[in-house]
Ligand binder design. Structure first.
Ligand SMILES: *Cc1c(COP(=O)(O)O)cnc(C)c1O
Length: 839
């Protein structure tokens, strides 16, 4: 057996161990022949990629099985992270990097005549998530493995991930994401891990010596089959599983129906079952209120709980101790049914008394809230619930009865209080409130930034917090530095290793050693060279994809995230138009050359967001081809934003646009990735921007705009923005150009609805914040021209970001919510870091 020695991350100039090199070459060639069935002469790039991935996977599996056995033997408490989304991206170089095998694989592949980077691009970008919420789950999986927390991530293995975005004549078009069509070398099908998940039917009740016994008689059964993907922690010291469920029918082919000649009818049940894992709902920040979505939610919750209960019973023999050995984290409300499903398992299937089952459930579960937008909190019609999950609805009613009795005790006669905490929303035609359900059934409820957690207490969960004080806690999001710095930006990583020492790879607090060099001329020069290198790479990609030539010495101004009104890409476009008009007024002035780079997907059904994409592209068309501008302003929209594209854009950013309407972005994590790579932030006091300001220093970030409190006050006064527009000729002129068709000569009315919203329906405060934003942008222009000061601020951003590592976030979850031990911060000695690649 080949055992990987941990702690290897050879210096760039360290020679490759010849033995290790020969071994890896042999392993890749063996996979090519024996697993792929090709020889080197006939292998395609994809064949080589798969062979290399499988050779790497073998090395991971050894560590995986060891880790699994160790935590089983030790009887360690396990964390189960339930998430309907995992926005994973590519795994090949991520796993190579964490295993310390990047240099030896690169050399081995080079000797075999294939380039590592070419192979890397053969891997599809696994996009089983919409945006920040799904990417957080992926970063958390990596950090849990790094911190050696025994954990399993549970989700759905969607046949089709988030749609592929194509821009055609400026409009977004959606195409299916066929990420599995060439197979997936990372996953292990566990044919023997199958659970039955039921739907529909009715519930029988019998009186068993004074105790009510419920038996659910479901009408429909679907099978959940497990697929496991190993997630390697840093230095390969621990490996956890991401277990994704696929749906199938227990009765795939009805032969009796087939034999009557009804070939479609014969596979109808199979098609219905499989529809559950067919695709990811392409919504972000608004619920997908469809029956299929509720089926997806119950499907993965039920399979996951059956799996973890079985595992617990195998080691402990009973379920009384569940909460001492199991922590279940609900990533948003999508897995809220875990509250009722765990109660059903304990009470109906294992004969627990209700009160004891409830104690176990609450002690086991905890819930992460991701949004305060009331329209984004999931609710389901009671009738749908009753039809699909009749027993769960009964359980909800019983939980609600006890819960409302407590509410009546706390605030006797207060009908409004009762209505606000109830699990059933009686006002909007009786709906089950999944956020309230998750809250009541969890011992901890966390927000994802300090501001968001405070707002949770003040707004949506005000009354629940009063009823269950002390449950709400904050866990500010983080990002994994292995992917978002080491892999995405090897040049900056190299500089950090040189200045802060090799130990910086294990102890991010050593970033602070950069501070002493922040004003050093020679160091600044090298820091700028790294940024320039990354900007050249992005400029090349933009030229390849769009045929637009951009100047790599221009200021790269980046807004990359889902397209949503609250994220305010529109504010950025309106400012772009105003700047364009200002340049046209005075073409002779020494304008700071700027490239505005946008990327992001709009939900297919979100027409206004799709119109904003069209506006960006129409403005780009005019601005990029105007000789008066002479290249000093360029606008670029890169299609199909995903993790891999983010990895190219982020290291090249000078300016990070984090301009959401204050109070609406729960945290953001894109903001962290960009600051970590040395971009200065222009942003509102919203989400984690506030904590970024606190860490990097107010002088190293550009804050503008209304605060959350101002927004609430102004909204109460109405949404009409006529007042601010009449005071701002610049804004008035930009709006007029947009709405009168200056950028859409082929359809002059195309953007009339945008003009109307900017004038009279300014819910997101685009007009209200415009002047402040425009001024902040011009002060950015001024700062950019003082190169040493800009570079210093950029270096200090990097130096002061370590707190935003998801390792820190996961450590906090482990201590305050899960009560599980965490491996110490710096596990590997300097001596360990010197050892060879393989033994
Ligand atoms: C980080 C990330 C996000 C989240 O970005 P925000 O700016 O926080 O909304 C979305 N999509 C991808 C691909 C990401 O990597």
């Amino acid at each position: 057996m080949q055992e990987q020695i941990p702690g290897n991350y050879p210096a760039p100039d360290q020679p490759i161990d010849e033995l290790a090199l020969a071994e890896i070459k042999g392993a890749i060639l063996a996979k090519l022949r024996l697993a792929i069935g090709k020889d080197a002469g006939m292998a395609t790039r994809r064949d080589w990629y798969k062979a290399a991935a499988l050779a790497l996977r073998d090395r991971i599996v050894h560590r995986w099985l060891t880790a699994e056995k160790e935590s089983y033997d030790a009887g360690s408490k396990r964390v189960y992270y339930l998430s309907l989304e995992f926005l994973i991206g590519r795994l090949f170089t991520d796993a190579l990097n964490n295993m310390g095998l990047l240099p030896v694989f690169e050399a081995a592949l080079g000797d075999l005549g294939v380039g590592l980077d070419d192979l890397r691009k053969c891997e599809p970008d696994a996009a089983l998530g919409n945006g920040g919420l799904g990417r957080l789950a992926a970063c958390f999986m990596e950090s849990m493995a790094t911190l050696a927390i025994p954990a399993i991530g549970y989700g759905i293995r969607y046949d089709f991930g988030l749609f592929r975005q194509i821009i055609s004549h400026g409009w977004q078009q959606e195409y299916p994401d066929e990420w599995l069509s060439f197979g997936n070398p990372w996953e292990f099908l566990r044919s023997e891990v199958v659970y039955h998940v039921h739907f529909g039917g009715f519930v029988d009740h019998v009186d068993d010596r004074g105790r009510d016994r419920a038996t659910w008689r479901p009408a429909e059964t679907v099978q959940a089959v497990a697929y496991d993907t190993p997630i390697v922690g840093w230095r390969g010291q621990h490996v956890n599983a991401l277990r994704l469920w696929s749906a199938r029918s227990p009765d795939p082919l009805r032969l009796d129906v087939f034999n009557t000649g009804d070939y479609l009818g014969a596979v109808a049940e199979e098609a219905r079952a499989e529809s559950i894992c067919k695709f990811l709902y392409p919504n972000d920040e608004s619920p997908a209120g469809r029956e299929l979505r509720l089926r997806q939610e119950y499907f993965f919750v039920s399979a996951s709980l059956q799996d973890l209960v079985k595992r617990h019973l195998a080691s402990d023999g009973q379920l009384r101790s569940l909460a001492s050995k199991v922590a279940v984290q609900l990533n948003d409300t999508h897995p809220s049914l875990a509250v009722t499903e765990l109660m059903r398992i304990l009470v109906d299937l294992h004969n627990f008394r209700w009160d004891e089952a409830w104690k176990i459930t609450v002690a086991t579960l905890s819930y992460t809230n991701h949004t305060l937008l009331p329209e984004a909190l999931e609710t389901w019609p009671v009738e749908l619930f009753e039809r699909l999950l009749p027993r769960h609805l009964e359980i909800i009613y019983r939980i609600n009865a006890a819960h409302l009795a407590l509410a009546d005790q706390r605030c006797p006669g207060d009908i409004e209080y009762r209505a606000s905490v109830s699990l059933i929303d009686e006002k909007s035609g009786r709906r089950v409130r999944m956020g309230q359900l998750a809250f009541v059934g969890s011992h901890r409820i966390n927000g994802v930034s300090a501001m968001h957690s405070d707002l949770m207490k003040e707004t949506v969960f005000h009354d629940l917090n009063h009823l269950y004080p002390g449950r709400i806690t904050n866990k500010t999001n983080g990002i994994t530095f292995r992917r978002w710095l080491m892999l995405a930006n090897p040049k900056l990583t190299g500089l950090l290793r040189e200045v802060c020492g090799e130990a910086v790879l294990d102890d991010f607090s050593l970033f602070q050693r950069l501070e002493a060099r922040a004003s050093d001329n020679a160091f600044q020069q090298r820091f700028r060279e790294v940024k320039h290198h990354n900007k050249l790479a992005l400029a090349r990609l933009i030229n390849e994809r769009l045929g637009v030539k951009i100047d790599p010495s221009a200021l790269f101004d980046i807004q990359i995230k889902r397209i949503h009104e609250y994220k305010r890409q529109l504010l950025n476009v309106v400012e772009t138009v105003a700047l364009y008009q200002a340049i046209k007024d005075e073409p002779q002035r020494d304008w700071v050359p700027r490239v505005k780079i946008f990327a992001g997907k709009a939900a297919a059904s979100y027409r206004y967001a799709k119109l904003i994409i069209k506006l960006i592209n129409d403005v780009a068309e005019v601005v990029n081809n105007d000789p008066d501008v002479a290249g000093r302003l360029k606008v670029v929209f890169l299609a199909d934003y995903n993790v891999s594209l983010a990895e190219v854009i982020i290291p090249a950013a000078d300016l990070s646009e984090q301009i959401s309407t204050a109070g609406m972005e729960a945290s953001g994590t894109g903001n962290m990735k960009l600051a970590l790579n040395g971009a200065l932030t222009i942003g509102t006091l919203d989400g984690a921007n506030i904590e970024i300001r606190d860490h990097v220093g107010a002088e190293n970030i550009a804050i503008f705009g209304m605060e959350a409190g101002d927004v609430m006050v102004r909204r109460k006064q109405g949404l009409d923005a006529t007042d601010v527009i009449s005071r701002s000729p610049r804004l008035a002129r930009a709006i007029t150009a947009i709405e009168s068709g200056a950028f859409s000569p082929d359809d002059r009315a195309r953007f009339a609805s945008i003009g109307h919203a900017l004038r009279y329906l300014d819910h997101y405060m685009v007009s209200a914040d415009f002047d402040s934003y425009y001024a902040a942008q011009r002060s950015i222009d001024a700062r950019w021209q003082v190169v040493p000061a800009w570079t210093r601020a950029s270096i200090l951003n990097v130096a002061r970001m370590p707190w935003f590592s998801s390792d820190r976030t996961i450590r906090e979850y482990a201590e305050d919510i899960w009560n599980v031990p965490v491996r110490a911060a710096a596990p590997v000695s300097e001596a360990g870091a010197q050892r060879g690649a393989t033994r």
